[in-house]
Design a protein around this ligand. Sequence first.
Ligand SMILES: Nc1nc2c(c(=O)[nH]1)N[C@H]1C(S)=C(S)[C@@H](COP(=O)(O)OP(=O)(O)OC[C@H]3O[C@@H](n4cnc5c(=O)[nH]c(N)nc54)[C@H](O)[C@@H]3O)O[C@H]1N2
Ligand SMILES: Nc1nc2c(c(=O)[nH]1)N[C@H]1C(S)=C(S)[C@@H](COP(=O)(O)OP(=O)(O)OC[C@H]3O[C@@H](n4cnc5c(=O)[nH]c(N)nc54)[C@H](O)[C@@H]3O)O[C@H]1N2
Ligand code: SF4
Ligand SMILES: [Mo]
Length: 738
Amino acid sequence: MLFGRKKRNPIKIADKKVVDWKYTTCGYCSTGCSLDIGLNEEGRPVATRGTADAKVNRGKLCVKGIFEHELFDSAGRGAEPLSRLAADEEFQAVSWDAAMDSMAAKIQGIQNEYGRDSFAVVSTGQIMTEEFYTLGKLTRGLIGTNNYDGNTTLCMASAVSGYKRSFGSDGPPGCYDDFEHTECLLAFGSNLPEQHPIIFWRLKEALEKRKFPVIVVDPRVTMFAQFADIHLPVTPGTDLVLLNSLAHVILDEGLDDRAYIQTHTNGYEKFAELVGKYDPLTASKICGIDAEMIRKVARIFAKAGAAMSIWTMGINQSTHGSDGVVAINNLSLITGNIGKRGGTSLSITGQCNAMGTREWSSCSGLPGYRQLENPEHRREIGKYWGVDEDFFPKQRGMTMTDIFPAIEAGEVKGLWLVATNPMTSMPDSARIRKCLEKLDFLVVQDAYRDVETNQYAHMYLPAALWAEKEGCFTNTERRVNLVRKVCEPHLNSKPDHWIFSNLAKRFEHSKRMKFPETTAEIFDEMRELSVGTMVDISGLSHDLLEQEKGIQWPCSASQVIKAAETEDRYLDRIGSSRLYTNGQFQYADGRAKLHALPFVDNNEVPCEEFPFWLNSGRVVEHFHTRTKTGKIGNMNKYSPTPYMEVNPEAAQEQGIKQSDYVRLVSRRGDAVVMAQLTHRVAKNALFIPFHFHDCVNRLTLGLLDPYSRQPAYKQNSVRIETIDQKLAAKINLEMRDY
Ligand SMILES: Nc1nc2c(c(=O)[nH]1)N[C@H]1C(S)=C(S)[C@@H](COP(=O)(O)OP(=O)(O)OC[C@H]3O[C@@H](n4cnc5c(=O)[nH]c(N)nc54)[C@H](O)[C@@H]3O)O[C@H]1N2
Ligand SMILES: Nc1nc2c(c(=O)[nH]1)N[C@H]1C(S)=C(S)[C@@H](COP(=O)(O)OP(=O)(O)OC[C@H]3O[C@@H](n4cnc5c(=O)[nH]c(N)nc54)[C@H](O)[C@@H]3O)O[C@H]1N2
Ligand code: SF4
Ligand SMILES: [Mo]
C-alpha cells in the first residue's frame, strides 16, 4: 500500500551539462581539499566535486567547497581599477597603467616626505604562495618599508611565535595521518566540525577503525565538545593555567619521558619549578576545571603510547596566545610526543594559504623562513634578487595590529591592503574607522569592490579571485597543493602577482631585478631558494603537485631522485609527513626549549556594569567577513542575520525571548543582534559569529599578546539592553541589504 501522495514526482537533479573537469584546491579554509570544477560547453564553471583520490579529502567537500564554482560570477566583484582624491568623492574608473603610475608616485611621494616606513603594506593568508613571494620581493626589495605584515597576525601569529620559541622555527610538525596512530587527542579552542569539516571527517574515520579518547577544551559546548569523550569548559583565557597544571601532574606522578627530556630539550629546571606552583587545586580555582578532572586528563595524555594536541583560535586569540602554544608544546615535549606517529603538537591553520605567507611572503623576515637579523640570509637574498643587502631593514618592523595605532599617531600615512577587510575583521571598529579616515592614501586590492574597507579607499584595484589564476597553497599539514586556473579573471580584474610585478616596474631599481610573468616561473625561483632550508620544495613542480594532489614539504630534488632510483611507486613516498622525527630541532644546539610560563590575569573580565563574557568565532556556512559566502544563496540562507547565542536562563533573567533583537554594549561601542537561546553557552557568556559587518567587532577590545601581537578577540565583557523590536528589525534589514 502506498502512503502519501499517489502521484509522486521523482526528484530531478538538474543536468549541469559539464563537458570538462579542471583540478584545483579549495580557497576557503586551510584543510586543503582538492576539488574539480565542472565547465560547460561555453567554458563557464557550473559545478564542483571533491577530487576522488585526493590525499586530504578523498572526494569529500564541506558545504562551502560544494558551491565554490558560484563564486566566479557572484555579486560585488570589481571590474576596473578605481581612483579618487578623497574618500567622500565618487570613484572614477582608470586604466591599469594610470592606476599603477599614480600608485607608485603616491608611495614614493609619501616616503620622500615622511620616510620609508611611513607607507605600510598589509596582506593576507588567501593569495597564492607565488604571489606572496612576489609581494615580498617588491616590498623588501623596492618599496623598502619595514611596516609590512599580513592578516595572519589576527590568526596564526601566536602559533608561529610559539613554534619558534619551542622548536627554534615555525613549521607544524604533524599531519592528519597522526589521527590514525594516536592514542589520545587533546583539542584546545578549536571547533573542528564547523571550521575544518574535512579534518574532522579524517578524525572520525580514524575513530571508526580504532577508539581513542577525544578531549575538547572550550568554554562553549561546540559541536566538537558534544562529540568529545571529555569536555573541559575552561574559564575564558585561562588555558595556560590548565596546561601548567597538566604538566604539574605529569611531573609529580613521574609520567614524563625523562630520556626524551634529557636528550632533546633545554630549560627543564626552570620549567619544573614553575609548574610546581600549579597544583590541580590551585589551578582549578583559576581555570574552572575540577582538580580531579585535571589529574585524570593528565594521566590519559601521558600514559597514551602516542598522544597529540591540536588547537586553533581559542588559544591563538588570547593575551596568552603565544604562551598557550608554548605550553601545548611543553606538554608534548615532556611526554616525548613530537615527530612520532600519532604524537604531535599540530596548529590547525586558518585561511587556505596562511601557511604560504608564513613560508614565503617575507612579512616577518626574508623568503623561505629566512631572517632579517641573520647576515648570511641577507647576503644570500640580496644577491639572488639583485638588491643591496643594506637596503633590507635590520629587523622585523610593525605587525598589522601595531600599524593601525601608528596611523593614529601619524607615523604611517599610506596603507596598501591586499585581500583583507579590517573594517569588519579587526577589533574596535570605531577606532579602525578613524585610522582609515586619517590616511593620506589608502589602496584596497580585493576581488570584491563592495568590501567594507573600500569605503575609505583612495584607490581600488580589482583582483582576480582564487581559480582565475594558477599557483600554490600550503595547508595545515605542510601539504603544498595546486590551484589551476579554471577560467579567465572577472572582467578587467588582474591576478595579484600581475599587479605586484607591474607596480614593481614603476620603481627605479627594478631593472636590476627579475619579476617573472608566470607563477610557474616564480615557483622555480622559490624552489632554488629553498634548497637546503627547512622548507625545501626543490623536488616539486606545478605539474607534479597536480599529479600527486599535493605533497608535504620538505621535499628536496635529491629526495625525489633517490626515491625514483630505489622504489617502484616512489611518488607515494616523496615529501615529509612529519618534522623533527630524529629529535633534532632548529635551535643551534639541536635541542627544543621548555619554557617556564607564569600566568598573569590581564584580560577584560565581566564586572557589574558589563556582566557577560563576549566570545566570538565562526559558523560552518560563512567565511570571515562574508565577501564570498554572503553572496551565495545556499550558504547565506542559513544565517543571514547577525545573532548571539545566549543561555535560556540568562535570557529569562534579562527578559529576552527567542529571536528578540537586543542591544549589546561594551566599553568600546554597541551592536544590535538577534537572540538565539541555547545551552551551548554558559549563563554568563554570549557567543557571536564574527562574519557580520558593524557587529561583534564594534564591541571587542582586542588586547594584544606580547610576543605575537595577536588580538584577544575572544575575551571581552558586555551588557545586554532590550530595545524597540520594530526599530531593530528595520536596522537589521538595512544591514542585510549589503
Ligand atoms: N566555516 C568556516 N570555517 C573556517 C573559517 C570561517 O570563517 N568559516 N575561517 C578559517 C580561519 S581563518 C580560522 S583562523 C579557523 C578558526 O577555527 P576555530 O578556531 O576552530 O574557530 P573559532 O570559532 O574562531 O574558535 C574556536 C573556539 O574557540 C573557543 N574559545 C573561546 N575562548 C576560548 C578560550 O579561552 N579557551 C579555549 N580553549 N577556547 C576558547 C570558542 O568558544 C570557539 O568554539 O577557521 C577556518 N575555517
Ligand atoms: N571578533 C572576531 N574577529 C575576528 C576573528 C574572530 O574570531 N573574532 N578572527 C580573525 C581571524 S582568525 C582572521 S583570519 C581574520 C580574517 O579577516 P579578513 O582577512 O579581514 O577577512 P576576509 O573576509 O577573509 O578578507 C579577505 C578579503 O580578501 C578578498 N579576497 C579573496 N581572495 C582574494 C584574492 O585572490 N585576491 C585579492 N586581492 N583579494 C581576495 C576577499 O574578498 C576579502 O575581502 O578575522 C579576524 N577577526
Ligand atoms: S573543509 Fe575547508 S578546504 Fe575543505 S571544502 Fe571545506 S572549506 Fe574547503
Ligand atoms: Mo584566521
